[in-house]
Design a protein around this ligand. Structure first.
Ligand code: SAH
Length: 350
């Protein structure tokens, strides 16, 4: 049997493990405190656990904190972190400071299978899903690199991959992040972003996780959305927005719609007006993301005037709209720029 990743177990599962390994169940709680609160990942260093239990843990389990292989710092203060997973696969996270916030962008898959036309990660295809332990392991690893007083305050599932296509691991990761005896984050500080996988949105609606949901919309007609996002052939805009309308939003929470602006493709004043119509009846806000370029993309970022005009039109129609000037563009860490190749890695350094 393969060994268990302790980072993928909720506190009551750690209790059950302690019992199974012949220790008192409360030893599982102590284990949880070491892992999640103190950030100690070597069982042999968990000084209040009996020797025998530590030995059994060493035999039966491991702690899957990914190795931090490389950290690249951007001029704007954000950092791109490249992780090496146990099987040698690589994923990236981005750490973004903003006033009193420190947001970590987590990956859920190695690569991505959804092939959105404007997304660099999409050109990789899907290599594999991450486990729940590998998803929260990105936080565990990044915590070790921070100054003692620094703390990651917000988590966004917006790195490589489609969270809802790796559904079970994503939900388990959210439970680990929010459990008071695990990482203990408020669900309001967590955002799950999806390409618009309607089956997954419907399932998520029943979990009562209370996390924020972000939808990558990016177009106002099926024709354009299909061209940009192949997923629209499975679920049209109408299906997607119907699922959004039915999604149980916690009080005072709004759903985020992400809209990447592509010059001459989806950035006209008519698009802005259509967008406000599509969002009628949804407590929504829009994040306008000016396209982040990559070589060979075939798309361009619209001129500044057009970006600001798009935002203004949304606001005139009563929709809160923020322009997301991406962080980490100079280091290839901005939205949709994450890609990691096993061999030709050096070629991608920017
Ligand atoms: N698969 C999820 C999570 C990825 S989040 C999703 O689709 O929502 C990354 C966000 O950046 C998505 O909204 C994605 O559409 C957007 N994005 C991808 N490539 C981009 C690019 N080159 N410039 C700007 N935004 C991009």
């Amino acid at each position: 049997m393969s060994r268990l990743d302790l980072l993928s177990l909720l506190p009551d599962e750690l209790e059950a493990l302690a019992r199974r390994l012949g220790a008192d169940p409360y030893r599982g709680r102590q284990l949880a405190a070491w892992l999640f609160k103190k950030g100690v990942y070597d069982p042999q260093a968990m000084s209040n656990l009996p020797k025998e239990f530590r030995v059994r843990l060493g035999e039966e389990a491991f702690v899957g904190v990914p190795e931090v292989e490389r950290v690249t710092r951007s001029q704007d203060g954000s950092q791109k972190v490249v992780f090496r997973l146990a099987d040698g696969a690589r994923v990236q996270s981005v750490l973004m400071p903003d006033r009193d916030r420190l947001t970590l962008c987590l990956s859920t898959q190695v690569g991505c299978g959804f092939a959105c036309a404007f997304c660099f990660t999409g050109t990789m295809g899907l290599e594999r899903n991450l486990t729940a332990g590998e998803i929260v392991g990105q936080l565990a690893a990044v915590r070790q690199t921070l100054e003692p007083e620094a703390r990651v305050t917000h988590l966004v599932f917006m790195g490589m991959g489609e969270p809802l296509a790796n559904y079970d691991a994503t939900v388990k990761a959210v439970r680990l992040l929010t459990h008071p005896d695990a990482f203990g984050y408020s669900p309001r500080r967590i955002t799950v972003s999806t390409v618009g996988l309607v089956s997954g949105i419907k399932k998520l609606a029943k979990e009562n996780l209370k996390v924020n949901l972000a939808i990558s919309l990016h177009a106002t007609t099926d024709e354009v959305r299909e061209r940009l996002m192949p997923v629209n052939r499975s679920w049209s805009l109408e299906d997607l927005l119907a699922a959004c309308r039915r999604f149980p939003l916690p009080v005072r929470q709004r759903m985020t719609f992400e809209y990447v602006l592509l010059d001459g493709v989806n950035d006209s004043p008519e698009d802005a007006i259509l967008l406000t119509r599509l969002l009628k009846g949804i407590r929504a806000k829009v994040n306008v993301i000016p396209f982040n370029d990559w070589e060979g993309s075939g798309f361009r970022r619209p001129p500044l005037q057009r970006i600001l005009g798009f935002q203004a039109t949304l606001q005139e129609h009563g929709i809160t709209a923020t322009v997301r000037w991406s962080k980490g563009e100079d280091i290839g860490a901005a939205c949709g720029q994450l890609k990691e190749l096993q061999i030709a890695q050096g070629l991608l350094e920017r």
